[in-house]
Design a protein around this ligand. Structure first.
Ligand code: GLP
Length: 251
């Protein structure tokens, strides 16, 4: 696993943007397929990508994007749906075509059929070239909560109380937070050709230490990244604080 430790959240955003920028430019007119995460972790990266699009000619006109997950029961147009959120914080400000941004339909009547359709649509697009990931405090990735299968596919999952609590800041009250979601599985996520995980802050330090140094275990879903041939963590000093092999020891 490649670990890039930066002193500030701004530097994390710039480093992650460098990785995405060069992959988008390298794909050229063939077009990259991005995997997009919601949550606060990639917001700095997304702001930097928008800046480069506006000021440095970084174009997403040929890109496609698949979201990791979506709240169950929320239609795409609901302001707190992950589809609406990603449009607000990223894709709405880029030149990526609207119909090239896909998410699981949270309001689909048949969750299992929608999950299978979503996995098939990722495969039909040739798979994800670069997946952007955050991580929950408890080590969840997308909405794959502790103890879920490391081989899981896209499916409906129940959210843990801690995730509902953490995400309630985006809703008027905790009762408004959906209690389940459609999420890409860990097996689905691991099929991306490259993974870039972003984490900032001390509340992510234990999850990062587990991701890098812990045993691969369903109790910490993020540890599945150890099985991926090209995963990069871009983290700040605070998120790196519990790593035993720190940067200063390596220097
Ligand atoms: C949410 C999302 C994840 C995200 C995580 C961390 O529950 N489903 O994709 O990585 O929480 O969120 P944040 O980046 O806001 O800490």
């Amino acid at each position: 696993m490649e670990i890039l430790i930066r002193p500030t959240a701004d530097a994390v955003a710039r480093t992650a943007a460098d990785l995405v920028d060069s992959a988008v430019r390298a794909a050229g007119s063939h077009g990259i397929t991005l995997g997009l995460a919601t949550g606060s972790s990639p917001e700095g990266l997304y702001a930097e990508l928008i800046r480069r699009h506006r000021e440095e000619g970084l174009s997403f006109a040929h890109a496609r994007a698949f979201l990791l997950d979506e709240y169950r029961g929320l239609p795409a147009e609901h302001p707190q749906s992950y589809y609406a959120t990603i449009r607000r914080i990223l894709t709405g400000a880029l030149d990526i075509p609207d119909d090239a941004v896909r998410s699981p339909r949270g309001d689909a009547a048949d969750a299992a059929a929608e999950a299978a359709r979503y996995d098939a649509s990722i495969a039909a697009a040739g798979g994800v070239d670069l997946q952007i990931l955050g991580v929950g405090r408890n080590g969840h990735i997308a909405f794959n909560e502790p103890t879920c299968s490391l081989a899981s596919r896209t499916r409906e999952v129940r959210l843990t109380a801690s995730t509902i609590e953490a995400n309630s800041r985006f809703f008027d009250s905790p009762q408004d937070v959906p209690t389940s979601a459609l999420t890409q599985g860990i097996g689905t996520i691991l099929e991306a050709r490259r993974i870039v995980l972003i984490a900032q802050g001390e509340q992510k330090a234990e999850a990062i230490a587990q991701a890098v140094e812990g045993p691969i275990a369903a109790l910490w879903p993020v540890t599945a990244l150890q099985l991926h041939p090209h995963a990069t963590l871009v983290i700040d000093d605070a998120a790196a604080a519990q790593l035993r092999r720190t940067r200063s020891e390596e220097e």
